[in-house]
Design a protein around this ligand. Sequence first.
Ligand code: FES
Length: 676
Amino acid sequence: MSDDALVIFTPSGKRGRFPLGTPVLQAARSLGVDLDSVCGGRGICSKCQITPGYGEFPKFGIHVDDEALSEWNSVEERYKSKRGMIDGRRLGCQAKVMGDVVIDVPPESQVHKQVIRKSATAREITMDPATRLLFIEVAEPDMHEPTGDFERVQRALAEQWQVDAVVADLAVLRRLQPVLRKGEWKITVALHRGNHDTAHRILDLWPGYHDGGLYGLAIDLGSTTIAAHLCDLRDGHVLASSGVMNPQIRFGEDLMSRVSYAMMNPGGDQEMTAAVRTSINGLVQAIATEAGVDPASIYEVVFVCNPVMHHLLLGIDPVELGQAPFALATSGSLALPAREMELTAVNSAAQVYVLPCIAGHVGADAAAVALAEAPDKSEDMVLIVDVGTNAEILLGNKERVLACSSPTGPAFEGAQISSGQRAAPGAIERVEINVATKEPRFRVIGSDLWSDDPGFAEATANSGITGICGSGIIEAVAEMRLAGILDGSGLIGSAEQVGTDRCRPEGRTNSYLMFDGSATGGPVITVTQGDIRAIQLAKSALYAGARLLMDEMGVDHVDRVVLAGAFGAHISPKHAMILGMIPDAPLDKVASAGNAAGTGARIALCNRAARDAIEATVHEIHKVETAIEPRFQEHFVNASAIPNAVDPFPHLAAIAPLPEVSYNTAGSEGRRRRRG
Ligand code: FES
C-alpha cells in the first residue's frame, strides 16, 4: 500500500498527493485551495468544514473508500453536539487523509466567497476584505528569554498565519496584557491591512476564540441623501441598508450653493463638515440598531462621494472646486483612521477608505459607478447615468471611457416640486394618464394597487396619499406629454385646449390636478407649470451631459443605457425617454442598475483588489468638464423641449408617438400680429 494518497478538491479541481495522516486543511493550504480557518486548525472555529465524497468518481478516475479519511473524532463530536453540523460534513483541520479522496469545499467554507449581486447586471464580489479575524496561541513570557508580549504576538502571527510586519496602536497595547492573560495566551485579533499598507495593524483583540461580528459600512454620500449599507465582512452579506437626508441642504440645495456658502461665510465649510459627520454618526447608530449589531463591531467604512462632498466630509475647504480649473486637494484614494474624521459611532480603531476622484467635478461616486458597472469592460457603447442631484455620467466601452458630471439639481429626488416628497409610503410613484379622457390613475409606495383598482382606498388608508416622489414626477410629466396635456415646449394647456377640467388656471399658467383629497382633509396634489420647469432644467442638464460625451466620443447613438442612482431602479425607461432625459435607444436596451455608486462602495469594502483596480481605472477614464464646454449650453437649450428640439428619437416614435400640440397662445398671437 502506498504511503501517500491523492486528494482532489472540488469545485476548484486542485489536486495533489499527500502523506497519509495529513490533515485536510493542511493539504488544502499547500495546494492553495480556498478553505477558511480562523483558529488556525485548532478545532475551535468550525470555518474549515468540508464534505468528503465516497464511492466511484469516474470523472477523476478514482474510487474513494469509506476509510479514506481518519475517524470522526471527539473535537468534531463536541462541535456537532454543541453547535450542530450538517450530516456528512467534517472539520478539515481534524479529518486526516488516509486514502485517495475527493473533497468538496462548500461555499460557506471558502475564504474568498462569492457574493452574488441582485441586479440586472449581476456581478460577483470575491470576499477579500481589509480586516479579518485570526486566532493565535502566544508563547508565555520567559525570564530567561526576555521579550515583550506584543513581540510574542507578532511572532505567533508570523508563525501561525505567515503574517509579518504587524503594528498596533497604543490603545491596543494597553489592553494586550490583560487580554492575553485572560485568554490563557490564546487570543483572537482583528487584523487590518489596506491595499497600500506594508504592515498589518491590530485593530482589536479578545481573549480566547472570538466569533463576534466583524462589520463594515459602504456609504454613498450624496448631495441630497446619504445612503449606507451595513455588510458582514465575513461573508459580504448586507444586513441592513438605510439612508438619511444630507443635513447640508440647509446651507444650499446644490453643490455650487454649498461652495458659495463656504466662500461667503468664514467657517462655513467647518459648519458643513460638522453637520454631515454628525448625521453620519446618527445613521451608523440607526443602521446598527436596525440590524441588531453593536456599532463598535464596525471596523471598516468605505465612502464614495462627489468632489464637494468629499472635501466637506474630510474637512477640506471646497473653495477651489467652485472656480476653474477646479483643483481637488487630492484626487487619490484615501485611507485613514475613522477617528480622524470624528466618526465616533463605529469602533474607535475603525479604518476608512475613500475611493479616488476622477477629476474636479467628477468624483469618487463616479469612480464607484465605474467599479460597479465596468464600462471599461463593455463590448458595446454603454451610457451609464447615475441620477441624483448631481448626475454622474459615463460613456464608453473597453476601448475608451469618458465621464462628466452634470448639475441636475434635486428635482429628480422630489425636491423643488410643489407636491414633491421623498420616496416613502404614501408617495405617488407610478402614473398613467388615459390619452382619450385625460384621467390619471396612479400607484403609491406601500401598495401594489392602482388608484382605480377595487380596495385601493383601504390599502392606502394607513399611509394616505401624501405627495409625488422622484420617479412619480418623471412618469407624471411624461404621461402628460403623451396625453397631450403638455406641449413639446413644456407648457400645460388650459381646460379648453386640453379638454379636461383637471387643467386649472394658476396665475398666468395652468396646472394639472392629479389627486384631490381635500374632502377628507387630505392634500390636493397637482403638477404645476413650475414643476414642469424644474424637471425640464434637471433633464436638460442630464441629457446635455450625455450628449457632450457622445460628441467627444464621436458617436450619435448609444447601444445601451444604464440608469443608476438611489432611485435609478425605479425610473421607467419609457418615461425617461419620453422626457428626453436619456438619448434614444431600443427600450429593451435601457436597464436599471439600482444604486451603482453604493454597490461600488460595497465592492471596495469587501475586496481589496477592487480598490487597486479602481485606482488604476480612474487614470484611464477621460473626464469632460461640462462647465467650460460651450456645446453644453447648446445641448442644454435643445434638450429643454420634450423630448428634444433637434435630436431624433426614432425608437421612441415607434412605441409612443407624441401628439403635435402647441399651447404657446401668446406666441401665436404675437406672430399673427406681426403678420397683420
Ligand atoms: S480550522 Fe478552525 S475548526 Fe478547523
